[in-house]
Design a protein around this ligand. Structure first.
Ligand code: G3P
Ligand code: MG
Length: 262
């Protein structure tokens, strides 16, 4: 099955940043722990100073690594991910903040490794590309991500999304078979359907606070996949699926939330 076929289903659960309620978000352990508990996995991707695609949500390292405890990096506050090279990022620990145990470490997850993992296991993944406008050119971001997708040979297994919609237009030109999702928070673009059509997008991902039945209905009638983040409550999940929402992004990964039967 391809991700494109998954887009026709409803009642899907996406593991938001991996199984982030039981493992440190966006690590390989979080990916492994989400297997069997979701229909696809969502990760966040950004670039290191030297242009390597790495899996991390925040644009600074403080919350999810031990960077502030390392003497080597004590002059590097505010610890922007894009100020650190891949080699430097590899020196950090991505687990002890979560386990609250200095000895329980997790290594950096790169996009390359995440994609290799889903190919080996036959899984599906939503790769969210963080908005790096102002730090890297759109071309540089898109090139780095495309290179990893091509080299891992996973174009049928992924959905690309971003709050920076310009990336999506460029992805479609370079990888026309890979579905894309326009990601928004709190505000819908004007003339939504035309907007999605113009970007050649396949899906629309919106935060729970801004979703409404009329918009979902319209999107579904026009053939768009609708994803809603972040939903951890079973009653709310049911409500959204009854509206026609295709997928929720969830931290809690309770199988009861979903209805896909996958
Ligand atoms: O892609 C859906 C969701 O992950 C967007 O929000 O901030 O958790 O990446 P965020
Ligand atoms: Mg995300």
């Amino acid at each position: 099955m391809k991700f494109l076929e998954l887009l026709n289903r409803i009642g899907l659960i996406a593991a938001h940043r991996g199984a982030r309620s039981i493992a440190p978000e966006n690590t390989l352990t979080a990916l492994k722990k989400s297997v069997g508990k979701c229909d696809f996995i969502e990760i966040d991707v950004q670039l290191s100073r030297d242009g390597a695609a790495v899996v991390m949500h925040d644009d600074t390292l403080e919350r999810t690594t031990n960077v502030s405890e390392m003497d080597l990096f004590k002059e590097r506050s505010p610890y922007k991910v894009s100020d650190f090279t891949l080699d430097e990022l590899r020196m950090l620990d991505y687990g002890s903040w979560f386990y609250k145990d200095k000895n329980h470490k997790e290594p950096l997850l790169t996009l390359g490794l995440a994609l290799e993992f889903i190919r080996e296991k036959g899984l599906f993944m939503n790769v969210e590309i963080k908005d790096m406008n102002g730090t890297f050119s759109d071309e540089r971001v898109v090139e780095s991500v495309v290179k990893e997708i091509v080299s891992a040979d996973v174009d049928e297994r992924i959905l690309l999304s971003s709050f920076r919609h310009e990336y999506l237009r460029m992805f479609k030109e370079k990888l026309p078979n890979v579905p894309t999702a326009v990601l928004v928070e709190d505000k819908h673009p004007q003339n939504l359907i035309e907007y999605l059509r113009e970007l050649r997008a396949d899906a629309y991902h919106v935060n729970d606070e801004s979703v409404d039945e009329k918009t979902v209905k319209k999107l579904r009638e026009e053939g768009y996949f609708v994803g809603v983040y972040t939903v951890n409550d079973a009653n709310r999940a049911k409500e959204l699926f009854n509206m026609g929402v295709n997928s929720i992004f969830s931290d809690s990964l309770n199988r009861e939330l979903g209805m896909s039967g996958l």
